[in-house]
Design a protein around this ligand. Structure first.
Ligand SMILES: NC(=O)c1ccc[n+]([C@@H]2O[C@H](COP(=O)([O-])OP(=O)(O)OC[C@H]3O[C@@H](n4cnc5c(N)ncnc54)[C@H](O)[C@@H]3O)[C@@H](O)[C@H]2O)c1
Length: 343
């Protein structure tokens, strides 16, 4: 496949988040969303009309049978990802961008890994924040010797979303439905685990977590955890539907502390601060790095297409996503069973 070829891509799941992928594709050279699919046919049709797809489907299997595609974007609920990945691979499609979370258990993640190897497939998890230039900047600051050694990483994703405001008689969003993979662990917390695993540059050894399960929906709506890495770095994660909005990333090193006030959904400009102590005990200096606005969805799709064309490496290799799911699974087990879990 050459750099000038236009990839024919299908989107599965035309819900809220799919629009980011449709819009991103309009800005990425060499990608065309040629068809889309949703079990709610009107949704698929509306997206096809709005974004100029040639066809729309109600059933993924029909789409895979009829269309000749180079790649697919799975934008469905986490509990469907493994099964849909398998359907794509068995139909001969080998390039898959799958929204987070890749899977809902370590077992599912390992099955996806096995399938990817068996079919020689390229599967990348959609976790757009990792494509943002602010993350490249953090990586580069951490590579400078003067910041010292990483001690800990603290990552948060919370928002106050009281369940009593939801109508108990109507079906809630997938995020409150256990059978869809709802709750904070495989949704918001997947960013936190991803960041801790990525920046620690080490393997998670064991975890401990505590939190709460929603009495009404049975999903985990608060989780606070610690991840211990084999190089001594500690990851601290916080995700709650009972706390005010926060999406922070803090990387504490021996010679300075890096902070990003909003790390996962960066819209507009963002500032990274680096604080460090001058000689006097209470004299703190702050350096600020201003990062220009960038569209992480466009960068993600651009990376996805360039990997297919053989000109880039994936920003998020599959083995990292597998490890992230294993870590999330261990944190959930720790929280529910109130014990330390080895990974
Ligand atoms: N990266 C991000 O910033 C981000 C943000 C939001 C959501 N997401 C992810 O995107 C995915 C979808 O989330 P959403 O908020 O758009 O959910 P949603 O409920 O709005 O949309 C999901 C869509 O999938 C459709 N669907 C269900 N089963 C299907 C099937 N078998 N075949 C085809 N379509 C089917 C539903 O009808 C629905 O329209 C999740 O994995 C979520 O974690 C990522």
């Amino acid at each position: 496949m050459s750099n000038n070829d236009v990839l024919r891509v299908g989107i599965v799941g035309c819900g809220a988040h799919s629009h980011e992928h449709f819009k991103a594709a309009e800005r990425v050279k060499g990608i065309k969303i040629s068809c889309c699919c949703d079990i709610i046919e009107e949704r698929a049709k509306a997206c096809a009309v709005k974004y100029g797809c040639e066809a729309y489907y109600k059933d993924i299997e029909d789409m895979l049978k009829i269309e000749t595609l180079d790649a697919v974007i799975l934008c469905t609920w986490p509990m469907q990802h493994m099964e849909q990945i398998e359907k794509c691979l068995t139909s001969g499609l080998k390039n898959i961008l799958c929204e987070k979370s890749l899977a809902l258990s370590a077992e599912e993640a390992l099955h996806i890994d096995k399938l990817a190897k068996e079919y020689g497939a390229f599967i990348m998890e959609g976790c757009k924040y990792r494509h943002h230039p602010a993350i490249r900047k953090l990586e580069s600051i951490l590579s400078y010797k003067d910041i010292g050694k990483i001690d800990s990483i603290r990552a948060t994703f919370s928002n106050y979303e009281p369940e009593d405001l939801l109508d108990p008689d109507s079906e809630p969003d997938w995020r409150f439905r256990k059978e869809c993979g709802g709750g904070v662990p495989f949704d918001w917390m997947s960013y936190l685990v991803n960041a801790c695993n990525h920046f620690s540059r080490a393997l998670p050894k064991r975890v401990f977590a505590s939190g709460d399960v929603s009495p009404r929906y049975g999903v985990i709506n608060r989780i606070y955890g610690m991840i211990e890495y084999d190089n001594g770095v500690v990851g601290i994660i916080e995700s709650s539907k009972d706390a005010n909005f926060s999406q922070e990333l803090q990387i504490t090193c021996s010679e300075g502390i890096l902070r990003m006030p909003v790390a996962w959904g960066i819209y507009g400009e963002v500032k990274i601060t680096q604080t460090h102590r001058k000689q006097e005990w209470d004299y703190i200096l702050t350096d600020t790095y201003e990062i220009e606005e960038a569209n992480a969805f466009v960068l993600q799709l651009d990376n996805f297409s360039k990997v297919i064309k053989g000109i880039e490496q994936p920003v998020i290799p599959l083995k990292q996503s597998i490890l992230n799911v294993q870590t999330i699974d261990a944190l959930v087990e720790s929280m529910l069973d109130k014990k330390i879990v080895e990974i």
